[in-house]
Design a protein around this ligand. Structure first.
Ligand SMILES: [Mn+2]
Length: 409
């Protein structure tokens, strides 16, 4: 009786008795020693119905845990997953010699559900991968990844602030302007530009050109560098201190915004000496700072390289503007040869302009200051008071800009 079960007898022989009766009979024979039940006999053979697998032990000697059941029937858990486990118990009676004995027997039944087939999973996997890939494409369009952040330079370039200038709106037909307003608008523009640029992510570096007529006058006689008298608000020393403190604040903001800050001094025609001395103070302040690099030079032009881009920084008053490209080629020939993107950032004219010729692009920055009485007399009126930030990719050159416009009123 190898592996025979009560159910098998009841089903195959059609003896007209229940499986339980047959089991009891078998058990009775076993208990009496007349029948040897081999191990692992006494088991119900797995029945594979559509989508489910039933297994059941048939005696007290059989395993009593689900894990044992799985091992005993070699149930492939890759194909089947347990759905329910049903323990069973019943009494058997046997006459051994003259004595009737009672014994409680146990069994364990379990039902397994068929897992999705590999074909189904493969199809599902392909569909999911397609969805995920599409989602990643969409994500990368909307949000540059961290590797991209490391390739990004932001140039924060307020120009022609003319701190210390005094402008009377009734006379100029524009807004009033004094030292306090200049500091307010300079800080306000930089805060706005950093906020906008930070929405894209944290850049690797900030380039901060300082100068370009940051101060309106260059000496205690209240004149430009060349000696032209100006309308001024406050004393020279007061303006100088305000310029240093304002840029100290701005550098601090830039350090919160980016990993490194590169300060480049760009002398203007109103502040040739003052921008140099402001630069020297900033250089002293940040001499030991690991993330701030100040370059200050008496040379009117300075060059900055970011990957494939060469930037020429100059106020743009003294050179012939159409010569700037050849001046850059002469002064920064090696970088010129290696950089497919060559640009000049200039100021001075208080108007925004982009001019590209033979692969050299000159970006003329707008001014944060309103017209002075002299400018109004000359008819230099109506231009918008603005400050710009420019975004450069390490390999792809300029990739964007932000513009702050001083509110009207
Ligand atoms: Mn100027």
């Amino acid at each position: 009786m190898t592996g025979i079960t009560g159910e098998a007898i009841a089903r195959d022989r059609d003896w007209g008795v229940s499986a339980r009766t047959c089991r009891r009979a078998i058990q009775s024979l076993k208990e009496s020693g007349q029948v040897k039940v081999p191990i692992p006999g006494g088991l119900r053979s797995p029945d594979t119905l559509e989508g489910c697998l039933d297994v059941e032990t048939d005696s007290a000697e059989m395993p009593q845990s689900l894990e044992d059941l799985i091992a005993l029937f070699s149930v492939d858990l890759g194909k089947w997953t347990p759905e329910c486990v049903t323990p069973k118990a019943w009494e058997v009676f046997a006459k051994i010699g003259e004595e009737m004995q009672v014994k409680v027997l146990h069994s364990l039944a379990a039902r397994f559900k068929r897992r999705p087939t590999w074909d189904d999973l493969a199809t599902l996997r392909e569909a999911l991968l397609g969805d995920i890939t599409a989602a990643e494409d969409w994500k990368s369009e909307r949000q540059p990844d961290l590797a991209e952040q490391g390739r990004r330079l932001v140039v924060i370039a307020p120009s022609d602030v003319h701190m210390g200038a005094l402008c009377w709106g009734e006379e100029t037909g524009s807004q009033n302007y004094d030292l306090q307003i200049a500091c307010r608008d300079l800080l306000g523009s930089v805060a706005w530009l950093i906020d906008r640029a930070s929405r894209i992510g944290r850049p690797a570096r900030v380039l901060l050109p300082v100068g370009n007529d940051l101060l309106h006058i260059d000496n205690v006689a209240a004149t430009t560098t060349a000696g032209t008298p100006q309308d001024i608000d406050g004393r020279y020393h007061k303006t100088f201190r305000a310029a240093v403190e304002t840029y100290r604040t701005i550098v601090g903001w830039c350090l919160d915004f980016a990993d490194c800050v590169d300060v480049r001094i760009v002398p203007g025609n109103h502040d040739t000496l003052s921008s140099f001395t402001v630069g020297e103070v900033l250089r002293a302040i940040y001499a030991e700072h690991p993330r701030v690099h100040v370059v200050n030079s008496p040379n009117p032009r300075t060059y900055y390289r970011w990957g494939a881009t060469l930037l020429q920084l100059t106020h743009g008053r003294d050179e012939k503007l159409t010569d700037l490209a050849m001046i850059a080629a002469a002064e920064a020939g090696e970088d010129w040869g290696q950089c497919p993107f060559r640009e000049a950032l200039t100021g001075h004219y208080h108007s925004e302009l982009v001019c590209e010729r033979t692969g050299f692009l000159r970006r003329q920055l707008p001014s944060l200051a309103p017209p002075t009485a002299w400018g109004a007399r000359k008819g230099f009126v109506g231009n918008k008071r603005r400050a710009m930030a420019l975004e450069y990719d390490f390999e792809d050159g300029m990739i964007g800009s932000h513009v702050y416009t001083v509110p009207r009123g």
